[in-house]
Design a protein around this ligand. Structure first.
Ligand code: 3HC
Length: 743
């Protein structure tokens, strides 16, 4: 049986002790690892046969930091105790103990792992080691001295940048910044190099340095104050709705101005304060939810499937438009070969040039070399027909043509003839029922949805849509393809709009209903974006998607869910379509789009042009559709009227089992719509900041306020069930079996 979280100790003949952090796969600092580390260090300091100590990690990694599972499993008090206790111990026994210490870093040294290394008297790493302090991404700040030691190793400006952006650096960069002292030429030489440094420190050949005492890399105090002031201002702008980055700057400042030890005390206080705030719980939820999406019951949860894993070397993308070229780009970047199919040479050339331009923008950002770009383009083959010689090589097809059912049906009928029987056949439809698309196939169960978000080579989410017929091995291998092209895949069931589009459809619809009730649309966008934290408001989003697409998608929803789709025949979307103001792509929609500096598009509020559209829409809604004229609506009302219908739809999706786990909905909302991660995702936010009972009551109030549109607001049974039982929405699936009426 594998040992629990611990550390092991061995001492070589030259008197170098090696302590190995042992908690696979990433050697997270569970309290048992921390206490074993303390005990073994104390033993080393007292043993006569030990001259110096090397700390390393078992397996491929040094250490990924404090055990994040503790944040969920332990009481906040216990966590604070563990962290502040360990922080003092690291200073006393690792940095200031009788024997010098050296970190031998392989793989990752992140968070607490980086802090353990920084507290050692020297650091050696492999060339590909990854070192950094990503704690802010978890809504906390470094708590083992990282806010003090990192700036002392690399300077305040660089230290601040690394901590505030949660960026990590690799071997050579870490060395040039002063974060590590030496790089082992090969991973095999890591321990020997670290031991040599340890012996040099023990013999005095190398000066033993205590990082916390260092001042040499810190900028003079007046400059440091200026740097901190600028960092504060930028942070307030970049992350206006969270406090922990500012708490982090406070802790760094305390150390820079008053010395390392005072800084450590300030860090502990700031850590405790951050750990108390809702953003911390929310971001820890996101951390585990993201990893949980890959574990699908009966598919990728350790279940052994009879069909072996497919080779996923070649993908065929059908359609070289915006979506298709994005999918092809992501696949090329993942090292795959791509067959791009178009209907004529002109479209094919346009698709290929889009792919080249996607990759060129990576080159411009320094993320790709010209040489690699050319190698990738060599793996791309453009075709105009379904030639068996090409399609027999293909392991997976992603169809990405326009949303016309008949066209898609024909494509899959053709594909079935030319592809191997084991080839995965997937469609990138965003709303159409996948069984409808498969209707002309001999084996309709072969089809699966691979819903990407635009731009497909950038957006991180992949919605995998399976029907009740989809074989588990096909879902498993599409999940593998998703990971291969570095997407976070979320497996969902089949229905109109699947999970993301279905749940977020009420988002824009509610905004339009509110505008028809007389609420200023630009205020709605402002509140949703600035106060709530979405990347853009619903009207701006509609412009991005395009009024024409919105009309089409709205029609689909009206067909599937007529009782809860708000439709105004003289509404804003209908008028924008009449005017051919299709949003950003036509430079006009709810906003006017001007080319600003550096050719950046700027959204401009043009009341003169759009005002009459809103007025006409509201007049029709209030006169003929019974929409009330609302006065005195608060910002909070706006948030609730827009997001509670979204939560309501998420509840329906949970009730129908369209998503397997509520946490999948959290991830999908963050990664597709940009729902603020610091609110933990849609369902987490609803539970943590609102509560089922409050949401249900407010929806009932809204339903009364809008009697003719009550279907849009009326709470669904799942939501009511949770409200009556006092159960969080995230746990409602366990209880949902019995409808409320039978309670
Ligand atoms: C007091 C201190 O300042 C506070 C802290 O240290 S807080 C922790 C700071 N550290 C971090 O944020 C690092 C978090 N981890 C990561 O970024 C990534 O997991 C990684 C880069 C280390 C590895 O990535 P990758 O190879 O893709 O594997 P990934 O699936 O993410 O992780 C492998 C497993 O390790 C777990 N894991 C990773 N880091 C962990 C951590 N710090 N604590 C607990 N579990 C962790 C994951 O949950 C996952 O578990 P699973 O297999 O059961 O799902």
């Amino acid at each position: 049986m594998a040992p629990g979280p611990t550390c092991t100790l061995s001492v070589d003949r030259q008197g170098v002790a090696t302590i190995v952090l042992t908690n696979p796969p990433v050697n997270a600092l569970h309290p048992d690892v921390l206490s074993a580390l303390q005990n073994l260090l104390e033993e080393c300091h007292s043993r006569a046969d030990v001259k110096a100590v090397v700390i390393t990690g078992s397996g491929k990694n040094f250490c990924a930091g404090f055990d994040i599972a503790q944040f969920a499993a332990q009481s906040p008090e216990k966590v604070k105790e563990s962290v502040s206790g360990a922080s003092q111990i690291l200073t006393r026994v690792l940095e200031e103990g009788a024997k010098p210490t050296v970190a031998a870093i392989q793989g990752v040294a992140l968070g607490g792992g980086c802090e353990v290394a920084a507290a050692c008297n020297a650091r050696v790493c492999t060339p590909d080691a990854k070192i950094g302090l990503p704690e802010l991404q978890l809504g906390i700040i470094p708590g083992f001295g990282g806010t003090q030691r990192l700036p002392r190793l690399v300077g305040l400006q660089t230290g601040l940048e690394l901590i505030l952006t949660s960026k990590s650096v690799k071997g050579a960069k870490a060395h040039s910044l002063g974060l590590v002292d030496e790089i082992a030429k090969t991973p095999q030489e890591l321990l020997a190099t670290a031991k040599a440094v340890a012996l040099d420190l023990a013999s005095g050949k190398r000066k033993r340095v205590r990082t916390l005492d260092r001042e040499d890399r810190l900028e003079p105090k007046d400059i440091a104050k200026m740097i901190l002031g600028i960092a504060r201002e930028q942070t307030k702008k970049r992350a206006p709705n969270v406090q922990h980055p500012l708490l982090c700057i406070d802790a760094i400042e305390a150390g820079v101005l008053n010395g390392g030890k005072a800084g450590l005390a300030a860090e502990t206080a700031a850590f405790n304060e951050a750990a108390r705030l809702p953003a911390h719980k929310a971001l820890v939820n996101i951390f585990f939810a993201m990893r949980g999406t890959k574990k699908v019951k009966g598919v990728s949860d350790g279940t052994k499937l009879a069909v072996p894993k497919r080779k996923l070397g070649t993908v065929a993308v059908i359609g070289g438009g915006l979506m298709g070229s994005g999918i092809a780009t992501a696949s090329l970047e993942a090292g795959m070969s791509v067959v791009l199919k178009e209907i004529n040479q002109k479209f094919l050339d346009a698709g290929v040039s889009r792919i080249r331009s996607n990759l060129t923008s990576r080159v411009k950002k320094g993320k790709l070399t010209e040489q690699k770009l050319e190698q990738m383009m060599q793996r791309l083959k453009g075709v105009l027909t379904y030639d068996r010689r090409d399609f027999q090589q293909v392991d997976i097809v992603v169809e990405a043509v326009i949303e016309v059912v008949g066209l898609k049906q024909q494509i899959f009928k053709d594909l079935e003839e030319v592809c191997r029987p084991d080839c995965i056949l997937s469609t990138n439809t965003s709303t159409i029922d996948i069984t409808l698309i498969a209707q002309k196939m001999r084996q309709p169960e072969r089809i699966i949805g691979a819903h990407f978000f635009s731009p497909a080579h950038v957006m991180p989410l992949l919605e995998i849509v399976r029907s009740s017929q989809t074989p588990a091995d096909v879902t498993r291998d599409l999940l593998r393809y998703g990971s291969q092209i570095r997407k976070t895949p979320v497996v969902v069931g089949n229905c109109t709009g699947f999970a993301v589009n279905r749940v977020f459809f009420p988002y824009t619809m509610a905004a339009m209903l509110l505008a028809d009730a007389g609420v200023d649309a630009f205020r709605i966008d402002r509140v949703v974006q600035r106060a709530f934290g979405m990347p853009i408001g619903p009207f701006r989003l509609t412009d991005l998607v395009g009024g024409d697409v919105s009309k089409h998608v709205g029609g689909n929803f009206l067909l599937s869910f007529p009782e809860r789709t708000y439709g105004n025949p003289s509404g804003q979307i209908a008028q924008l379509n009449d005017k051919k103001w299709f949003g950003e792509k036509t430079a006009r929609g709810f906003y006017r789009y001007d080319k600003g500096e550096k050719k950046r598009t700027k959204a401009v509020k043009d009341l003169e042009a759009i005002g009459p559209v809103f007025q006409k829409s509201a007049q029709h809604a209030q006169t003929h559709l019974g929409v009330p004229s609302l006065l005195g609506v608060s910002d909070r009302d706006i948030v609730e009227m827009i997001f509670y219908p979204v939560v309501n739809e998420a509840c329906r999706v949970l009730a129908e089992g369209i998503v397997e786990k509520p946490k999948d909905m959290d991830i999908a909302s963050v990664m597709s719509m940009g729902f603020p991660a610091y609110r933990g995702g849609l369902v987490h936010w609803a539970d943590a900041e609102c509560g089922a009972a409050h949401i249900a009551a407010r929806l009932q109030t809204f339903a009364k306020m809008f009697p003719q549109q009550s279907g849009f607001f009326v709470p669904c049974e799942y939501l009511l069930n949770c409200a009556y039982r006092g159960v969080p929405l995230s746990q409602g699936q366990a209880f949902y079996q019995s409808p409320v009426s039978r309670l």
